[in-house]
Ligand binder design. Structure first.
Ligand SMILES: Nc1ncnc2c1ncn2[C@@H]1O[C@H](COP(=O)(O)OP(=O)(O)O)[C@@H](O)[C@H]1O
Ligand SMILES: [Mg+2]
Length: 216
């Protein structure tokens, strides 16, 4: 088996990396894919969500597992896991640190969440440059998009002008994303018929269509 490795990276904290990791992994696992989550962020927010999940009675399963690792240990573990599962999802730390670089280097696709405001859009550049240096394709995902507004439209246009690969799917600013995390769930489990769940499923499908295993 050659699993695909999706690394979620963005040097800006609070962009939505951990949220994306959770909601996408849960959605893929529910489709019957085997998914291994790897938390290389020393803040371990993903690991905390996982503990919440275990306390809620959902056990570690073949379909969905989690490993908490120091960044430097990630690449050998990723090499091992990609032979065992369909998808490896890496949640990385907020800064352009060594750990983030390891995550990017291991990836078949780097997924970059970005909120459509100037500071967030500017902060995306170093992650894109890092991925470009490592020759890893990227997909930029607009997150917490308000229902309307001139600024988000302008920011999206700016990203497109720079020829950055923007996902067609985007995520709105919705409380369901945060509320489900508190219960150790993904939004597709907690509120399967919500708009938030529909957005995640659209993104999950688009990421799978975009990510192909790289030749190594
Ligand atoms: N689309 C969204 N709608 C509402 N809240 C969101 C959304 N995406 C993220 N959040 C919230 O924003 C905060 C930061 O998200 P998080 O995933 O922890 O970012 P990061 O891992 O990049 O630091 C969290 O409280 C999370 O629940
Ligand atoms: Mg995080």
């Amino acid at each position: 088996m050659t699993g695909r490795v999706i690394t979620i990276a963005q040097q800006k904290g609070g962009a939505g990396k951990t949220s994306l990791a959770v909601h996408l992994a849960v959605a893929w696992a529910a489709e019957g894919r085997s998914v291994a989550l790897i938390d290389i962020d020393p803040q371990e927010s993903l690991t905390q969500w996982w503990r919440q999940r275990l306390e809620g009675g959902r056990a570690n399963s073949r379909n969905l597992s989690l490993k908490t690792l120091a960044g430097w240990r990630a690449s050998s573990e990723v090499d091992r896991l990609r032979r065992e599962v369909d998808l490896v999802v890496i949640d990385s730390p907020p800064h352009a640190e060594t750990a983030a670089r390891v995550g990017v280097r291991s990836a078949d696709l780097v997924l970059i969440p970005v909120q459509l405001s100037p500071m967030d859009v500017w902060a995306t550049r170093p992650t894109i440059d890092m991925a470009t240096r490592e020759r890893v394709p990227v997909l930029v995902v607009a997150n917490r998009v308000p229902p309307r507004g001139r600024l988000p439209d302008e920011m999206r246009a700016e990203l497109e002008r720079d020829r950055l690969p923007m996902a067609a799917a985007q995520l709105g600013n919705r409380t369901a994303f945060a509320a489900s995390l508190a219960d150790g769930l993904g939004v597709t489990e907690a509120e399967p018929s919500s708009s938030a769940a529909a957005e995640i499923m659209a993104l999950a499908a688009e990421v799978l269509a975009t990510a192909s295993p790289r030749k190594r």
